[in-house]
Design a binder for this molecule. Structure first.
Ligand SMILES: Nc1nc2c(ncn2[C@@H]2O[C@H](COP(=O)(O)OP(=O)(O)OP(=O)(O)O)[C@@H](O)[C@H]2O)c(=O)[nH]1
Ligand SMILES: [Mg+2]
Length: 464
């Protein structure tokens, strides 16, 4: 070896091959040994140190007690793993590359990924970010950061690595080979949450379909891999290919069946919707970003039991209730699955089927968590989905929820800026103003005059 000491690959092997230590010995031109470098893995530490190295020295001067050194480090490693929380939770590291996003955006996206991980029941041990203009085409992260990550995973007894950006089938393969760990992206995480939550037959069907569509190209990759291992890279045809072909055919068949079933259900729903005799009862539909408090608002308005949770995508299946307005008029009010930015393509189709019901809406109540740090982005994300659904011409009423989490003197200004009704679904505040305003839009459309903006804000300021 040249006199280069230990390379990054040598250090990564410490974790991958579960080695106690690596030592490299340089060989001089005359064949005589040069300096020796030795390193071992560090126990998890706050400084983010991955390995411990000994000062390089000549092999003949290595009078060092390796056994003792390794035993001490191992004791520390064992102590670190003994104190970790045990439980069914999988331990994950989140990874994000800036890839053109500014720091603030990256942080919001990472915070959201953390929420998604929590909703999936994963415990996040660490977040690794890297500033790079774009993702590495093979490994997403740069080489140095990746080998660091491998070691961090080993130190922290990690089960799973979750990438904020979507990773291609080829990247997924390279990454899980290099890390010898399960590697998933945001799309898979969201699919997983949906799979955990789906209860209705229809919902389960949609999620399975989305999962299969997502897996199809990845399946080919995995089978290729087993093929090359089976055949030792020689020849092309073997049991691997047969397996690959049959796997793909099975998945394709299942996709076709599910698609047919989904179409049938869609027709059935349409028929039901047409037949439903509402005698002109208007429909108010609650929409909004996930975890904004939509179900809480439905519960507060109708005093009915609905499922509420501080988790993203707590609601998957649409719910509708009857609601009596102050002037004894009745509407149907519906709650549905929450929206999210950059919804994965495979989930969009599934999602859109559930949102068909929104076509019947006479008014959309767009619920926003007014205390969230990225109100604007979330409003835009929701409006984008509405646009894709062809619902952007529906009347929309912005409802700024969770104002109990805002300083009192900011509420009115914020609501005025967005022309929103401030409410707290949790405390039942602002609900009367909300209903009055909705009633105005639904029935007194023609009577609205230019000054009404102020009028409803006054009502809003009064509280519910
Ligand atoms: N402080 C406060 N918390 C609220 C308010 N409204 C809802 N929450 C909380 O926000 C969390 C999410 O509420 P949900 O009603 O489940 O939200 P959602 O929009 O239906 O969420 P998904 O169905 O997951 O998309 C829960 O922990 C609620 O208690 C509010 O007005 N104030
Ligand atoms: Mg909900």
């Amino acid at each position: 070896l040249a006199n280069e000491g230990l390379t990054r690959d040598d250090l990564t092997d410490l974790a991958l091959l579960r080695l106690d230590a690596v030592v490299s010995i340089a060989v001089g031109e005359n064949g005589l040994p040069g300096l020796a470098h030795a390193a071992s893995l560090s126990p998890a530490n706050d400084e983010g140190r991955a390995t411990e190295s000994l000062p390089p020295r000549h092999p003949a001067e290595f009078d060092f007690d390796f056994g003792l050194w390794i035993r001490e480090l191992e004791n520390e490693l064992a102590r670190a793993t003994a104190t970790r929380e045990v439980g069914p939770d999988e331990r994950a590291i989140l990874v994000s590359v800036t890839a053109g996003r500014d720091r603030e955006t990256l942080e919001m996206h990472v915070a959201e990924l953390r929420e998604l991980a929590r909703a999936a029941g994963v415990s996040v041990v660490e977040v690794v970010t890297q500033s790079r203009p774009r993702v590495d085409p093979r490994t997403v992260l740069g080489a140095g950061k990746l080998s660091d990550l491998v070691i961090r995973c080993f130190q922290n007894d990690i089960d799973l690595v979750i990438f904020d950006q979507d990773i291609s089938p080829a990247q997924a393969r390279t990454l899980s080979e290099r890390m010898e760990l399960r590697v998933i992206d945001r799309t898979q995480l969201i699919l997983d949450i949906f799979a955990q939550r789906a209860t209705s037959g229809d919902g389960k069907l949609q999620v399975e379909l989305a999962q299969l569509r997502y897996r199809m190209p990845r399946l080919a990759q995995r089978a290729d891999l087993s093929l090359s291992r089976l055949a030792g890279g020689i020849g092309g045809r073997g049991p691997g290919e047969t397996k690959l072909e049959s796997d793909r055919r099975r998945v394709r068949d299942r996709i076709t069946r599910l698609e047919r079933e989904t179409k049938r259900l869609t027709r059935q729903r349409e028929g039901r919707r047409r037949r439903r005799d509402r005698r002109g009862v208007p429909v108010l539909s609650i929409v909004g970003y996930t975890n904004a408090g939509k179900s809480t608002l439905l519960r507060a308005l109708t005093r009915s039991e609905v499922h509420i949770e501080d988790k993203m995508f707590a609601t998957l299946d649409p719910v509708s209730r009857r609601l009596r307005f102050p002037r004894e008029r009745e509407v149907i009010i519906t709650d549905t699955v929450g929206f999210i930015r950059d919804l994965p393509e495979d989930l969009k189709a599934a999602f859109h089927a559930t949102l068909e019901e929104l076509r019947d809406a006479n008014l959309l109540l767009h619920v926003v968590d007014a205390a969230s740090p990225d109100v604007d982005r979330r409003i835009r994300a929701v409006r984008d989905v509405l646009g894709e659904l062809g619902l952007d011409d529906k009347p929309e009423l912005l409802v700024f929820n969770q104002v109990d989490r805002l300083p009192e003197d900011e509420i009115e200004g914020l609501a005025r800026r967005y022309r929103a009704i401030p409410v707290s679904a949790l405390e039942g505040r602002g609900l009367r103003a909300l209903l009055t305003r909705a009633e105005d839009i639904l029935w007194d459309d023609e009577k609205r005059c230019p000054g009404e903006e102020e009028r409803f804000l006054d009502l809003a300021a009064e509280g519910g």
